[in-house]
Structure formats: structure tokens, C-alpha cells
Design a protein around this ligand. Structure first.
Ligand SMILES: [Cu+2]
Length: 318
């Protein structure tokens, strides 16, 4: 076995390297990166894409080249030469993938740690914590003795996440919706609103079966597990509206289990908070009225006006 070592091989190697490096940064496969965590995950993905592109071009290139270069000549009906093993070649093609896998393993572990994956329990206050999930969820003990906590915690490398108190949001998955409860204001909502550049801490739970809380633009995904709380701590860095997707087949309408995450400026977020806080709603809206306390006439009044029935007619109702 001779290894071709002419100038063309060298040029091909340089071309493959350059194309791979370019494509690794310009594959366009990922949605926008909307969190500080997303950039780190993308760096890892881009590196894997660069390596994969180089391998693809190398292997397919040699395959196609060989298919033409060493094809059967007209009239040649003899067998091809028989090859036994080639120890140096086998060592090389085992060592190269081993090194690549080792580098990727160390690098991805680094990123997982930098994101806070090794310490999903509150790094700020160590020790067992009990998280009360607001109504209508039940109280769930978090991190009971010795149980491994699940999720992504505070990033050990993000000073902002350690300094700023995170905005806590309780996330509950149920067939087939996400419900978001804000313990600080009591807001309960079907779509999530958060301010940009402030750490957010999600306490994720499930009411019935396994769900998975997935934010594609944030490169974050966490199982929602019945009976225990999982964590996601992250910081949104980009304003906008992003999909929230259930990524665990959870039943017949799993495909429709979607919601929206709105990353807002602090002003917009506070305005949303004011407009949606329960106290506000009680003062201005009639939705808090208990129908059982109304007489039939009072209860029907809004509908009667719509239907053109006079108040006198209503009073006649026993
Ligand atoms: Cu689901």
C-alpha cells in the first residue's frame, strides 16, 4: 500500500480543511441563538459540523475518486489483488476517531459544566430545598436526601447569574399545555413572559405524564417529570417571541403542545406584569365575580342586553 504524496493530495487536503472550516460556521442549520447558553452549545455543534464535513468530503472524495481511477478495464476479467490486514493503517484509523471522540467528550463536558449542568440545585443556597409550587399544583419536595437533582443550574462562569436574583417561574406540563405560574406576582398564564438579561429559574413539573420543556432558540431542553421538580436556569439575551415545544411524545395531541416565550425589555415586562397581576384583574374586570352570588336577573343581564330582552322581562324570571 502506497500513500500518494504528491502536490495534488496536499492541495486536496488544504481545500477540504478550508471548506470544512467555512461550512462549520455557515451551515445555517440552527435557529437564532437567544441565550448566553446557546452560544456555547453552538460552538460545540459547529466544531462537530466542521469535523463531520471534513470526514464526509475525505471519505466520499476517496470513494468517488477510487471508483473512477481503479475501475475495471475493458476486457480485464481477472480478480483484483487480495489484501490481508494492514496494521499501521488500522492503528491510524482507530486512533484518529478515538482522539476526536475524546476531544468532543471533554469539550462538551466543559460546556455542560459552564452552563450549570453539574449543579442544578440552587448554587446560591446549598442544602436541601423545598419548592412550593403555587396552586393548582401540589407541593413537591425537591432534592430529598441523596436524590440527584435534574436540570441546568446557575452557571459557575456567569457572574450575572450569580449576582442577580433570578426570576422564578413554575412551569407545569399537562396533556396538552404548558401552564406558567409566577410566584412573585401570582400570575398564571399559558404563555411565558420574561425580561431580557435577567437570570430566569424554571421549576418544571408535570401533572400527568412525562413531557419535555424545549426552547430550541435557547438550546435548552428539560424533562418534566410527574412527582418531582427539575430545574432550568438561563439568561435570555435577545428580545423576541420564541416557540416553546413539548419534546416528549405525551399522548394523542402531543404535536399541538406548543406555547410562546416572549423575551421583553424590562419596561415591557413590567407593563405585562401590571396588566396581568391577579389584584389588577379583580379591580378592573368582572371575571372575578362569583356567579353563584348573583340573582338570575343579574347573571343574565349582559346576555339579555345582547339578545334585546328588556330588564323588565328579566325581573319576571322567578
Ligand atoms: Cu407534552
Amino acid at each position: 500500500m502506497t500513500i500518494p504524496s504528491n502536490i495534488l493530495t496536499l492541495l486536496a487536503g488544504v481545500a477540504i480543511t478550508l471548506v470544512s472550516l467555512w461550512y462549520g460556521q455557515n451551515h445555517g442549520l440552527l435557529p437564532v441563538a437567544a441565550s448566553s447558553e446557546a452560544t456555547q452549545v453552538d460552538n460545540l455543534f459547529n466544531l462537530m459540523m466542521t469535523i463531520a464535513t471534513a470526514l464526509f468530503l475525505l471519505i466520499q472524495g476517496v470513494l468517488i475518486f477510487s471508483a473512477f481511477k481503479f475501475r475495471r478495464q475493458a476486457g480485464d476479467l481477472t480478480d483484483g489483488p487480495a489484501f490481508e490486514d494492514n496494521i499501521p493503517l488500522e492503528i491510524v484509523w482507530t486512533a484518529i476517531p478515538a482522539v476526536i471522540v475524546f476531544i468532543l467528550a471533554v469539550y462538551s463536558f466543559e460546556i455542560y459544566n459552564a452552563m450549570g449542568g453539574l449543579d442544578p440545585v440552587n448554587s446560591r443556597d446549598p442544602g436541601p430545598t423545598v419548592t412550593a409550587i403555587a396552586e393548582p399544583n401540589t407541593l413537591v419536595a425537591f432534592n430529598p436526601d441523596g436524590e440527584l437533582a435534574l436540570g441546568i443550574g446557575v452557571s459557575p462562569e456567569d457572574p450575572a447569574q450569580q449576582a442577580l436574583a433570578p426570576l422564578e417561574v413554575n412551569v407545569q406540563g399537562l396533556q396538552y399545555a404548558w401552564i406558567f405560574t409566577y410566584p412573585d406576582t401570582g400570575i398564571v398564564t399559558g404563555d411565558m413572559h420574561i425580561p431580557a438579561n435577567r437570570p430566569v429559574e424554571l421549576n418544571i413539573s408535570a401533572a400527568d405524564v412525562l413531557h419535555a420543556f424545549w426552547l430550541p432558540e435557547f438550546r435548552l431542553k428539560q424533562d418534566a417529570i410527574p412527582g418531582r421538580v427539575t430545574k432550568l436556569v438561563f439568561t435570555a439575551t435577545r428580545l423576541g417571541e420564541y416557540p416553546i415545544v413539548c419534546a416528549e411524545l405525551c399522548g394523542a395531541y402531543h404535536g399541538a403542545m406548543k406555547s410562546q416565550l416572549y423575551v421583553q425589555t424590562l419596561e415591557d415586562y413590567q407593563q405585562w406584569q401590571q396588566e396581568n397581576s391577579p389584584e389588577q384583574a379583580e379591580n378592573t374586570e368582572e371575571i372575578a365575580l362569583n356567579p353563584a352570588e348573583l340573582s338570575p336577573g343579574q347573571f343574565l343581564a349582559p346576555y339579555a342586553a345582547e339578545a334585546g330582552i328588556s330588564a323588565k322581562t328579566l325581573e319576571a324570571i322567578p
